[in-house]
Write a protein that binds this ligand. Structure first.
Ligand code: ACO
Length: 320
């Protein structure tokens, strides 16, 4: 199966940083409770006029600059989000406006909760062509706008941010798995016409779902690609909770060093968490051309998705 490679990754975060102690000033909680149950130490929230599309546009601009490609050769600009500022225009159209992208680029939002970024990667693989071989894929959330700050069981978990990647059509190996289960109870946020537009969650049900589906999702990608765990350089999973990822590493008898985690810094940023992880891995110098990555997401719906994708191609020239 022809694939895509990731050429660049960049992040954008809101200005307001909130430590666990800052959260303890809002609800009855503590740094000790939050960090031992989740691994989260701090998160960022949009403040004042900051919007999700501004974050998305900032991350996208950085990713495009770094990739050094001609934006006219983008086939698509897809924003994975479940917390857009508007039902219409889409976040992607606002990014298009901010970046001055051409009219011919397919711009749309995609909502698959925390699986959104992986679904978007799979989607753009089918959109890139020889003529327009690139796509901009963004995960962006302002979850603080749909968080109930009187509910300590959810408000300490989430954060805002955006991550963006530029992908290129490529002959590199690609494999994907995905699914959805029609669950309308465990993770719910009413949309329009609702007085209380807040995220509600059955934490234990989500935990059980996550530790069951992630190993199967990763295993499915490996089966489809004919690769083994040892052939993968990094597993970049949705950053919901350290305990979920620790559980998965243990049950798969995997090398924990291959499971990148940065949720201590950002909390759970839903569709933004995987591209934020890729951006941090890139900044930390962990990624080298040709590296094989498995990105795996799971979330509300319940949805899940995994992709095998390469970080650049060996020998590929880029304008850094
Ligand atoms: N601070 C202090 N105490 C708290 C807090 C808090 N922030 N939140 C809940 N508690 C209390 C509860 O009130 C309860 O007290 P009680 O025993 O007196 O009634 C106690 O802690 C235990 O509550 P539980 O909800 O049973 O806590 P649990 O051990 O299950 O941990 C958690 C909660 C961390 C959410 C866990 O269920 C979990 O990891 N779930 C996975 C869900 C997740 O990560 N979701 C992320 C979003 S979904 C996604 O990204 C796909």
């Amino acid at each position: 199966m022809n694939g895509i490679t990731i050429l660049s990754a960049a992040a954008a975060l809101p200005a307001r940083r909130m430590t666990n102690d800052d959260m303890a000033a809002i609800v009855d909680t503590s740094d000790e409770w939050i960090s031992t149950r989740t691994g989260i130490r701090q998160r960022y929230f949009c403040a004042g006029e900051e919007t999700v599309w501004q974050l998305a546009a900032r991350a996208a601009r950085r990713a495009l600059d770094e990739a050094g490609i001609d934006p006219a050769r983008l086939a698509a600009c897809v924003v994975a989000t479940m917390s857009p500022a508007y039902a219409t225009p889409s976040t992607a159209c606002l990014v298009q406006r901010e970046l001055g992208l051409e009219e011919s680029i397919l711009c749309f939002d995609l909502n698959a909760a925390c699986s959104g970024f992986v679904f978007a990667l799979e989607t753009v693989r089918g959109l890139v062509t020889d003529e327009k071989p690139y796509a901009l894929v963004i995960g962006a959330e302002a979850l603080s706008h749909i968080t109930d700050f009187s509910d300590r069981s959810t408000c300490v978990l989430f954060g805002d941010g955006a991550g963006a990647v530029v992908v290129a059509k490529s002959g590199a190996p690609f494999a994907c798995v995905h699914g959805a289960r029609g669950n309308s109870e465990a993770l719910v946020c009413p949309a329009f016409g609702s007085e209380k537009q807040y995220l509600g969650m059955d934490g234990r049900a989500v935990f059980r779902f996550a530790v069951d589906i992630l190993p199967r999702c990763i295993g499915g990608v490996l089966d489809k690609s004919g690769l083994a765990m040892e052939d993968i350089d990094y597993f970049v999973c949705h950053q919901a909770n350290r305990r979920i990822l620790d559980h998965v590493v243990k049950s798969m008898k995997a090398d924990p060093a291959k499971f990148y985690m940065n949720l201590a810094r950002y909390g759970n940023t839903s569709a933004a968490s995987i591209p934020l992880a890729l951006a941090d891995m890139h900044t930390e110098g962990l990624l080298r051309p040709g590296m094989r990555l498995v990105c795996a997401g799971f979330g509300g719906g319940f949805t899940w998705g995994g992709v095998l994708v390469c970080w650049r191609e060996k020998g590929e020239h880029l304008c850094d």
